[in-house]
Design a protein around this ligand. Structure first.
Ligand SMILES: Nc1ncnc2c1ncn2[C@@H]1O[C@H](COP(=O)(O)OP(=O)(O)O)[C@@H](O)[C@H]1O
Ligand SMILES: [Mg+2]
Length: 255
């Protein structure tokens, strides 16, 4: 099956990636790449290491073996300062919105810039711009508790793109959302790709969303890649495990 379906050099290259916690092997030798501007969805049941994979890509976790290259750089080889700088190219949408309850949407979304003491006027302009992009302009002065679940996710997305990253990693961006709100989030993910050529890795167990936004899909199972390919390729898989997980034989979400 194809690998690196985007254009040009891969944005992310993962080679022989392994990670265990004590006696619990979580990632057991992963090899794949994500092309520039490509959207790759990573599927797998709960506890298979999807979040660990994203955290390893962004170097919040160090691998036990293997390599991750992001835009040609090995983040794990950098010191903390180097990692912080390199992470500006990477947006991370956390599982759950992970907003600070005591801060307004403006302060939450502008947080990375406010931390760096970027001039207030510039921060406000940039926050207004990204909030408009996620259709949340009216909520700028509200607190997270005053937002619906979908609005919180959009605020988390706005924060992830505040530094105009070339790559965005999403951890379960549509989990717990109703189908309409899910579609809105999926459209935003696709919009970032269309407007800014953003490369995306979307971790999800929402098969329907994966089939609608993925250029390629990866199915993780027991720390390994059980299937990788375009939605059309994955649909043709004869592996019973893959077919069962993706609901390909019944009234499937993705078919
Ligand atoms: N910081 C950690 N310390 C120990 N075990 C962890 C840690 N993070 C994740 N794990 C374990 O790794 C496995 C995969 O977790 P995770 O990546 O969160 O799964 P999911 O695919 O649901 O996102 C689980 O067994 C989890 O308990
Ligand atoms: Mg997870």
């Amino acid at each position: 099956m194809s690998d690196g379906g985007g254009t040009g050099a891969p944005a992310i290259t993962v080679t022989g990636l392994a990670k265990a916690f004590g006696a619990n092997p979580v990632l057991d030798g992963l090899d794949f790449s994500v092309g520039t501007g490509e959207t790759v969805c990573v599927l797998g049941r709960s506890g298979t290491g999807k979040s660990v994979l994203l955290k390893t890509i962004i170097a919040l976790l160090d691998p036990d073996a293997g390599r991750v290259e992001v835009l040609g750089r090995d983040l794990h080889a950098l010191d903390e300062r180097g990692r912080l700088l390199a992470r500006r190219e990477l947006g991370y949408v956390f599982q759950g919105a992970a907003l600070f309850d005591s801060l307004t949407v403006y302060e939450n979304v502008g947080f990375p810039l406010l931390q760096r003491r970027v001039d207030d006027r510039q921060v406000r302009a940039r926050v207004e711009e990204v909030l408009a992009e996620v259709n949340l302009a009216d909520a700028i002065d509200r607190f997270p508790s005053e937002l619906s679940g979908g609005m919180q996710k959009r605020a988390g997305l706005a924060r992830a793109i505040i530094e105009r990253p070339r790559i965005v990693l999403y951890d379960e961006p549509t989990t717990g959302l109703d189908p309409l709100t899910t579609d809105t989030i999926n459209e935003l993910i696709q919009g970032l790709k269309a407007r800014h050529g953003v490369t995306s890795v979307v971790v999800t167990h929402d098969v329907r969303s994966a089939f609608s936004i993925a250029d390629r899909m990866i199915l993780l199972e027991r720390g390994r890649i059980a299937a990788i390919g375009t939605p059309a390729e994955v649909r043709r898989s004869q592996d019973p495990l893959v077919r069962r997980f993706l609901g390909l034989d019944g009234d499937a979400p993705g078919v």
